[in-house]
Design a protein around this ligand. Structure first.
Ligand code: PMP
Length: 385
């Protein structure tokens, strides 16, 4: 199979990521932070090493503010539910994933918050940072407490100017929460330079780590309510969770082998360099865009944004049907709505959704050429398979 679904999760994982997980389970997998014996300490040290690597990778000088979670969704839920209060107003972008839209909608339905959606997307051209900030300002209210946006969309290659949005939020006293599910490991992120208050990151996508890993990087001095409570390995006689980060937010045993693997994933991204990774993905997508654009009856969405993700449809064939045919021909892609109702509405895809392709460094020009051939064959069959 040729895997072109890296926006869902990256595959295959680098050899070092796999080997370190195995090594951890064989040689140093005591319960981290639970006890002072050698294997518990070794596990805790490995986890701290990963915190330090992640903090430095994302421009934070506070490794203790790197909180391990299961995935981006959990990081977003912790930031949203942990930082918002009754009566707050929230701004979210028109490109959000359900990992943002659903918890925000739920809090709104419960009467806890109100929210508005700001516009970032233009179907004909890339909007400037000033225009996007202008559309945010139109929606800011006196009680706006948080702005949440996806750095990069999960259904097309549109990306937002974080530094400018961060500066605007700081000026207005608004908490800036960034969903980096599609940008971590693809685009540079500097939490302190970009004035990000909460960065929500998957370990299992662009950072090349195992599934079951995610992180929340909180700005220094920001304290959130906890999402879960339980054992933290210290202050065991207290009824309340500790005040200190990260223990406050990490109740229960952490997945040490997965975090050890994630550490190797981040190191691999550093070795390959973000710039080289993104350039490669861009080159593959731009080659495929020109090949698909030369065929009749193909709609490419947001073709003016060329990055890690490409979205398209074949006229008259539902996207899920095309994905089934591609799977039968040896290609893994995802069709439908990609858990992103708001973003699909913004792009104006039909009721049958669209087909998403997200190559990685493991893919080659031959892969995308073969993919274009397969699409042409499916089109000739016209849905009558
Ligand atoms: N936000 C965006 C923009 C995403 O693309 C995804 C994954 N599709 C998520 C959030 C959720 O990520 P995770 O699966 O790591 O929870």
């Amino acid at each position: 199979m040729i895997y072109l679904d890296n926006a869902a999760t990256s595959f295959p994982k680098p050899r070092r990521v796999c080997e370190e997980q195995m090594r951890c389970m064989q040689y140093y997998c005591g319960n981290p932070g639970r006890g002072s014996h050698a294997l518990s300490m070794a596990a805790a040290e490995k986890i701290y090493e990963c915190r330090e690597e992640a903090a430095s990778f994302f421009g934070s000088s506070h490794p203790e503010n790197v909180i391990f979670t299961l995935n981006t969704t959990m990081s977003l839920n912790l930031a949203i539910k942990g930082l918002l209060h009754h009566g707050d107003h929230v701004l979210i972008s028109d490109m959000e994933h359900n990992a943002v839209w659903r918890p925000i909608e739920l809090l709104s339905q419960r009467g806890i918050i109100t929210y508005d959606v700001f516009s970032t997307y233009d179907p004909t051209r890339q909007r400037s940072a000033a225009e996007i900030c202008g559309s945010i300002l139109e929606k800011v209210r006196a009680n706006t407490r948080m702005l949440i946006c996806a750095h990069a969309s999960n259904i097309c290659s549109a990306a937002l100017p974080l530094a400018e949005i961060g500066a605007l939020c700081r000026k207005k006293g608004i908490l800036f929460v960034v969903d980096a599910a599609q940008s971590a490991g693809h685009l540079p992120i500097d939490v302190e330079g970009m004035q990000i208050d909460a960065l929500c990151v998957p370990g299992h996508k662009g950072l090349l780590g195992p599934q079951g890993t995610g992180m929340l990087l909180l700005a220094d001095g920001l304290r959130a309510q906890t999402l879960i409570e339980g054992g933290s390995g210290y202050h065991s006689l207290d009824a309340a969770m500790p005040q200190d980060s990260p223990e406050r937010y990490e109740a229960g045993t952490l997945p040490t082998p997965a975090i050890a693997g994630l550490l190797e994933g981040i190191r691999e991204v550093r070795r390959r360099s973000i710039g080289a990774i993104f350039k490669h993905e861009q080159a593959l997508n731009s080659r495929l865009t020109s090949r698909l654009a030369a065929m009749d009856g193909i709609t490419i969405y947001a073709p003016h944004h060329v990055g890690s993700v490409l979205l398209f449809n074949l006229e008259g064939i539902p996207s899920e049907r095309v994905a089934e045919e591609l799977n039968a021909r040896g290609f893994c892609v995802r069709a439908g709505f990609h858990c992103a109702a708001l973003a699909h509405k913004t792009l104006g895809t039909p009721p049958t959704g669209a087909i998403r392709l997200s190559p990685s460094l493991s893919n080659t020009v031959e892969h995308v050429d073969a993919f274009a051939e397969a699409v042409a064959q499916i089109q000739i069959c016209g849905g009558t398979f």
